[in-house]
Design a protein around this ligand. Structure first.
Ligand SMILES: [Fe+2]
Length: 243
């Protein structure tokens, strides 16, 4: 098992895209509440994707360039393409939401279906991008860096996250991770954000419900032996290893 810098975030993104495409297929495009829920979901996706791309552009890509990753040009083009597609998707749902809220319902069903196809196309492109990162970039990084060095890189990527950012992403990330991973994240958050942790714990309970939260918080008290080989608490609390 090697450290995987893409572990949890890619699970989150896949889960978020999947649910949004399902929701887009079920949205009643003439119903303001249904359209607004879609609009808010897309804004949350934008928040996650922009933050993730920024962290890759500023921390990961300079390392890949320095190590002379051969497909650097492709990787950068993929980020530019994704940014353009994201802007188009956001623009479409924003316009539909505005018109629906204003009662301008003519043509909304057709525009809604077009939006559904546009979102599905974006998802297809983005999944290929993650596949590139997981099957080519990650093995390249793992061949150049030790797990401890990768961990430092991952920490540098997370350094710009504020407690508020974390609070916003809880509802997005927690539903898509295993209970073991969730427990490790809980441990990490309680160490990094001691004063904001009660709010975060409250949000986790809201998202996962009482039963799962109790299990996860119990798991968070368990020691993870594998972690001690590396860097103790931090890896224990992220648990993002890949075979
Ligand atoms: Fe990326």
């Amino acid at each position: 098992m090697r450290f995987n810098v893409y572990g949890l975030i890619h699970k989150t993104i896949r889960g978020q895209f999947g649910e949004l495409v399902v929701r887009a297929g079920k949205t009643v495009w003439t119903d303001p509440a249904s359209v607004k829920a879609m609009y808010e979901g897309v804004y949350l996706l934008e928040f996650v994707l922009q933050g993730h791309a920024h962290r890759e552009d500023t921390v990961l890509h300079p390392v890949l360039k320095a190590e002379k990753y051969l497909r650097m040009g492709d990787l950068e083009i993929e980020h530019i393409t994704s940014d353009k597609q994201l802007n188009e998707v956001v623009a479409s749902i924003t316009a539909i939401n505005t018109d629906c809220a204003a009662g301008l319902k003519d043509g909304l069903v057709a525009r809604g279906f077009e939006f559904y196809l546009q979102l599905a196309q974006y998802m297809a492109t983005y999944f290929l991008h993650m596949n590139h990162e997981e099957t080519m970039v990650l093995p390249f990084l793992q061949s150049k860096k030790t797990d401890v060095e990768l961990l430092e890189l991952h920490k540098a990527m997370q350094a710009s996250l504020t407690a508020e950012d974390v609070l916003c992403t809880i509802s997005v990330m927690f539903p898509y991770m295993s209970s073991g991973e969730a427990a490790m994240i809980v441990k990490l958050l309680s160490n990094i954000y001691p004063s904001q942790f009660p709010d975060m714990a409250h949000e986790i309970k809201r998202v996962l419900g009482e039963g799962d939260t109790t299990l996860i918080f119990k798991l968070a008290t368990v020691e993870f032996p594998r972690v001690k080989e590396l860097e103790g608490a931090y890896v224990a609390t992220t648990g993002m290893f890949s075979p």
